[in-house]
Each structure stands twice: as structure tokens, then as C-alpha cells.
Ligand binder design. Structure first.
Ligand code: SAH
Length: 213
């Protein structure tokens, strides 16, 4: 069940300011069976360090990037987190081990339903996952101790910044489809001032707008 993310670890210091991911994050990744979220015909590749198709033109993210984004969130056990782009539910299951409560939005209804079922099968009780458009966030449960977006937006959606607690972080890929995208860490400080930092170039599926059902 070990995922080989070592190949990329020598870059990690530049990305997160420390030479390895935190023990908490690595333990959560080791504990979540990625094959549970990978389609039947791709089971052999479930522990490769690469993205895989999950249907509807979407992908389960590359494990290294999942680890990196999770680490950048700096979740504490009492955190309430919003995830945008549930996809397979794999990232959601990892967040569920690190936070008190996870809310997750997925715009493609069948993916949202499939992920919710898989998360239930794994016994993740602290997750609420539903179909919805992440551009608006999930205001009912705001503010959040962390927000993670796993699809690339052309800009940082303002509602997501509004829904961050002071001191919390938003981790989001920003850029055009097929164009250069940057993984950003957007931080709201104790006074509510917002700053952002580019972590690394990435390639995500787009955060789509509208009413994909
Ligand atoms: N973390 C997921 C990544 C899935 S890919 C995983 O590892 O499985 C990104 C997901 O974002 C896709 O499932 C896509 O349908 C979803 N998505 C795209 N635009 C969205 C939007 N506006 N709101 C919510 N989800 C969106």
C-alpha cells in the first residue's frame, strides 16, 4: 500500500519549507487504500505516483500532489475543512483522517454520489459530500480552518477567501486549461489581510462553471 513519492521528495523543501512531509500527513496517506477509489480496470496502477482517469473526463490526482497539498493546509485535528472537487473521494478520505470535519463539493452529480458511497464504505463518518459548484464555496458551514481546491480555476474565487477563518489557508491551482497553472497558497492572517504564494507549476483539470449535472 506504499506509494512511491520519494522520486520527488528532493524538491519538497522548496515547496513546503521543510525536507519531508509531516508525519501526520504521511500516516494518513499510508492509511487510506487508494485502490478503493480507483476504477476496477486500473487496479494495477492504483499505487503508481500518477493521476488516473475516474470517468466523466476527470482524474484521481497524483499521490505526490495530494500529499503536498494536504501538507500545505497544515490541518490540526480539530480543523473544519472545505474541499472543492471531490472526484474519486481519495483526497477527501485523507482529509477525514486529519481533520474533525470535512465538507466536500463535486459538480458532476454521479461522481459526487459515487464518492459519497465509497467514503461511507470506508467508514468516514466525519465527511459530508454533495453535488455543488465550488465557485460559491459552502457558506452554511463557513468559516473554515482550511480550503483545498483540486481543479484549476482561472482566478481565486472570492467566496472561498471570504469563507476562510483568520489564520487559515486556501490551497488552489490557478491558471488556464492546458496553459500554465500554479499551485497557490492563499493565507488570511489574524487581521484578515490576505497574501498569496506560488508553490509550483501543476496540471489540473479545470474548475468548471455552470450547471454540469
Ligand atoms: N481530489 C480528486 C480530484 C478530482 S479532479 C481526486 O483525487 O479524486 C477535480 C474534480 O473537480 C473533478 O471531479 C471535477 O468534476 C470537479 N470540479 C470541476 N469543477 C468543479 C466545480 N466548479 N465545483 C466542484 N467540483 C468541480
Amino acid at each position: 500500500m506504499l506509494i512511491d513519492i520519494d522520486r520527488e521528495l528532493h524538491y519538497t523543501r522548496d515547496y513546503i519549507g521543510q525536507s519531508a512531509f509531516s508525519e501526520r500527513v504521511l500516516t494518513a496517506i499510508a492509511a487510506v487504500p487508494r485502490h478503493h477509489f480507483v476504477p476496477e480496470d486500473l487496479q494495477e496502477a492504483a499505487y503508481d505516483n500518477g493521476p488516473l482517469p475516474i470517468g466523466h473526463g476527470q482524474t484521481i490526482s497524483q499521490p505526490y500532489i495530494v500529499a503536498l497539498m494536504t501538507d500545505l493546509l497544515r490541518l490540526t485535528p480539530d480543523a473544519v475543512v472545505l474541499e472543492v472537487g471531490t472526484g474519486s473521494g481519495y483526497q477527501t478520505a485523507i482529509l477525514a483522517r486529519l481533520a474533525r470535519q470535512v465538507y466536500s463539493l463535486e459538480i458532476v452529480a454521479p461522481l459526487a454520489a459515487a464518492a459519497a458511497a465509497k467514503l461511507r464504505e470506508l467508514g468516514c463518518r466525519n465527511v459530508e459530500a454533495r453535488q455543488g459548484d465550488g465557485y460559491a464555496g459552502w457558506p452554511e458551514h463557513a468559516p473554515y480552518d482550511g480550503i483545498i481546491v483540486t481543479a484549476a480555476a482561472p482566478y481565486v474565487p472570492a467566496p472561498l477567501i471570504e469563507q476562510l477563518k483568520p489564520g487559515a489557508r486556501l490551497v488552489i491551482p490557478v491558471g488556464d486549461v492546458g496553459g500554465p497553472q500554479q499551485l497557490l497558497v492563499v493565507e488570511k492572517d489574524g487581521d484578515g489581510a490576505v497574501s498569496e504564494r506560488s508553490v509550483l507549476p501543476v496540471a489540473f483539470v479545470p474548475l468548471v462553471k455552470g450547471s454540469y449535472k
